[in-house]
Write a protein that binds this ligand. Structure first.
Ligand SMILES: [Zn+2]
Length: 293
């Protein structure tokens, strides 16, 4: 039997995380590794005894797991075990525990156990599968963190919207207080420098022709092999002359950590275009590079 454990600090209280995690109608809003997730056998809500089906993305082998909830103790712990027989898995079980850290943070710990098949290859398969599964779980938890960060920024921005902008970036033409107007104004910004140009991760510096304010524009895309409508995410952050110079100097060597470190708490325009939902433009803070292809 192989096993593994992955944990992450999620920027939300545990009951909120627990509720989102087991709400299958919302699963694809945050879980970037699945192409489908639903409760089965007539269950409408997750509870002890309920069964659920999760189908991994094609790039991850379309692995389909059907599980039954063997425990469901909101908001502390839930555990599931596999009831179907997908390739390579003889048995599989996982538990998800939540610890409250503060009013706005909790720790999620994901523990899994499985047995590989066929049994004569178990010694070779289990270490590899355990690594892949831990990697996948890590990515899933990062996606969950990113989801809560986006939402928190959105709520914080909405709460402070009445106070107006706190910084003097841009002019009324390139950086209006209304998020939708700012998104529309983006079309009028002039291209200044290309920093990263890969098909699913695109970083450029753009500038306002009116006031010369520079912005870093970050585009990330997650490939959805199924639908052809790939989830896309844009972020536009005003930057100082010095920051622009440093970014250009880094050029293609720029890392996601460099971008994440730019103007934390600075008002940043975000546009989220998830799969099967309308695009949403909103104010957030700083740049956060989530998972992307
Ligand atoms: Zn301007």
């Amino acid at each position: 039997m192989a096993h593994g454990k992955v944990s992450a600090i999620i920027p939300a209280p545990r009951h909120v995380v627990f509720d989102l995690l087991h709400d299958y109608t919302r699963r694809l809003e945050w879980d970037t590794l699945l192409q489908a997730a639903y409760l089965a056998d007539g269950y409408a809500v997750a509870e002890k005894g309920a069964t659920a089906v999760c189908v991994g993305r094609k790039s991850l082998g379309s692995l389909t797991l059907k599980t039954v909830y063997v425990s469901f103790e909101r908001p502390r712990v839930a555990a599931v075990k596999m009831v179907n027989s997908p390739p390579f898995f003889q048995s599989w079980a996982a538990s998800i525990q939540h610890e409250e850290l503060s009013a706005s943070e909790s720790r999620l710990t994901y523990t899994f156990h499985f047995t590989a098949r066929p049994h004569y290859l178990r010694f070779a398969l289990e270490p590899i599968m355990a690594r892949v599964f831990a990697w996948e779980t890590n990515r899933r938890l990062h996606a969950l963190q990113a989801f809560f960060r986006r939402n928190r920024q959105w709520h914080e921005a909405a709460a402070t919207a009445d106070n107006g902008p706190h910084e003097n970036f841009g002019c009324e033409r390139c950086w209006p207080p209304d998020a939708d107007a700012a998104w529309a104004a983006r079309k009028g910004l002039a291209h200044e420098a290309e920093l990263i140009d890969s098909s699913h991760f695109h970083v450029t510096i753009v500038a306002c022709p009116n006031c010369r304010q520079r912005f870093v524009s970050v585009f990330t895309e997650t490939i959805d092999w199924e639908g052809g409508e790939d989830p896309q995410y844009w972020q536009i952050l005003p930057i100082t002359e010095a920051e622009a110079a440093t970014l250009v100097q880094h050029g293609a060597a720029l890392t996601e950590t460099d971008l994440d470190a730019l103007g934390p708490g600075r008002r940043c325009l975000k546009r989220d275009y998830p799969r099967a939902a309308a695009p949403r433009v909103f104010w957030g803070n700083g740049i956060h590079i989530g998972p992307h292809d």
